[in-house]
Write a protein that binds this ligand. Structure first.
Ligand SMILES: Cc1cc2nc3c(=O)[nH]c(=O)nc-3n(C[C@H](O)[C@H](O)[C@H](O)COP(=O)(O)OP(=O)(O)OC[C@H]3O[C@@H](n4cnc5c(N)ncnc54)[C@H](O)[C@@H]3O)c2cc1C
Length: 394
């Protein structure tokens, strides 16, 4: 494709110069010209009232996908326990299924998965695609990609949702590449375009400063990963027996290429942050590992969990899986204690689902106070031990 300007038609108005996001159109001697920064995005074409901007590209035709039916959810499990994000995906899946009048299905792989059928049905799955094989006991990229891509090719779903967990973030791009379709990562909102019936996939962009809505009109399935803790789990009102579709699996260890030599269970944190009822989070104001220990005592007194801002993670005061915010976890506890945290937009993105936010900060102008239900203005090194002591006494 190429784009050029028919000089005799150009009146030099300069609108196309302003429209071009790449600085590729400039006025030279009262006429517009295209320079080598042009990436042929064609944004300028519609701006020209004189129809002086021309292209030899054929209009891209949106294929007819009316035969692509069904919303699929990847049911992530480990040792026979479902990752909570699976039920959250089924929650939003039920809404999309009603809007599109299409069935909702879960896809589960493993060595023993029978106990997962009931909860998947209870939380909304009409159909459950099952692949059982000893090689699928633990997640491995090639094995899971191979089986799921075969299932997708055989059954041709319309939408495929995967949790943005460690596993999902590995699996989803591999699958989308294998299937030759687009993928929107880390969505925080999903809805249906009322005009075309396409999936509108919304996610933070440009460092969380704006939300971008992405639509995939040219390929199916429409694939998205969704952040854990963002969508709601919803039990279906009338449970019915799901249709179980078993996928025969033939896999050899040689095909899979990777071997799991050892699984090391850190065993320290029992509750997922996105399941915790109380979270005490520390930021730069905590000052040290020692300061973080004070927050741990407060969390213990409240029966809660400890989290950190990106700064706290970078300082090594909390492990990376405890980071809360745009590039960490999204949480929705009953009580969220923000200690020594300024409340940057990227941090706030992960906490706004909390029922109550309590902020402890010595700066009265800290933005965290704008989203806090209660604010304690003071030095956290004094406030936190006092609060912990009072709670222990009660
Ligand atoms: C693309 C991108 C993604 C990001 N993702 C994340 C993310 O997922 N999570 C995240 O947290 N950040 C993220 N960030 C970083 C974010 O922009 C902020 O830099 C970070 O959240 C600031 O952390 P903080 O509040 O701990 O530190 P600061 O902003 O430095 O705030 C420290 C606060 O502590 C207060 N304080 C200091 N001493 C005390 C004391 N003794 N007692 C009480 N208060 C005290 C200060 O008044 C101040 O308000 C991201 C940034 C980018 C660009």
């Amino acid at each position: 494709m190429s784009i050029w300007i028919q000089q005799e038609l150009c009146n030099g108005c300069g609108i196309c110069v302003k429209i071009c996001p790449y600085g590729a159109v400039e006025i030279i001697d009262t006429k517009a010209g295209i320079n080598d920064r042009c990436i042929e995005c064609a944004a300028c074409l519609a701006s020209c009232k004189e129809k002086a901007i021309l292209t030899d590209a054929k209009e891209k035709i949106v294929p007819d996908f009316s035969d692509r039916k069904g919303i699929w959810v990847f049911a992530e499990q480990r040792n026979g326990a479902l990752n909570p994000v699976t039920l959250e995906l089924l929650g939003i899946g039920q809404i999309l299924s009603r809007k599109l009048n299409q069935e909702l299905s879960a896809v589960v792989l493993g060595d023993v998965v029978d106990d997962l059928i009931d909860p998947l049905a209870e939380f909304g799955a009409d159909n459950i695609y099952v692949a059982i094989h000893p090689s699928l006991q633990h997640y491995r990229t090639i094995a899971y990609t191979s089986i799921i891509s075969q299932l997708v090719k055989e059954h041709e779903p319309n939408i495929f949702l995967i949790g943005a967990t460690h596993t999902g973030r590995d699996l989803a791009p591999r699958l989308s590449r294998r299937l030759g379709v687009g993928l929107t990562a880390d969505c925080t909102e999903l809805t249906i375009d009322p005009e075309h019936g396409d999936l509108l996939q919304t996610r933070p962009a440009f460092g969380g400063n704006l939300m971008a809505t992405i639509v995939n009109r040219y390929s199916r399935p429409q694939m998205a990963t969704v952040r854990p803790g963002v969508m709601q789990q919803v039990k279906r009102q009338v449970t019915r027996d799901p249709r179980k579709i078993v996928k025969p699996v033939s896999l050899t260890e040689e095909e899979i290429l990777t071997k799991i030599l050892e699984i090391v269970d850190e065993g320290t944190q029992k509750v997922h942050l996105n399941q915790a009822k109380v979270i005490v989070t520390g930021g730069r104001g905590v000052g040290s590992l020692e300061g973080m220990k004070r927050l741990e005592s407060l969390a213990l007194a409240l029966g809660g969990e400890v989290g950190g801002t990106r700064v706290a993670v970078e300082e090594g005061w909390v492990p990376v899986d405890r980071q809360i915010g745009q590039t960490g976890q999204t949480v929705r506890p009953e009580f969220y204690f923000a200690c020594g945290i300024s409340g940057a937009i990227q941090h706030r993105a992960g906490i706004l689902g909390s029922r109550y936010i309590v902020a402890i900060n010595k700066d009265p102008m800290a933005p965290i106070f704008k989203v806090a239900d209660w604010g304690i203005l003071g030095d956290l090194h004094e406030v936190v031990p006092l609060l912990t002591e009072k709670l222990r006494q009660r």
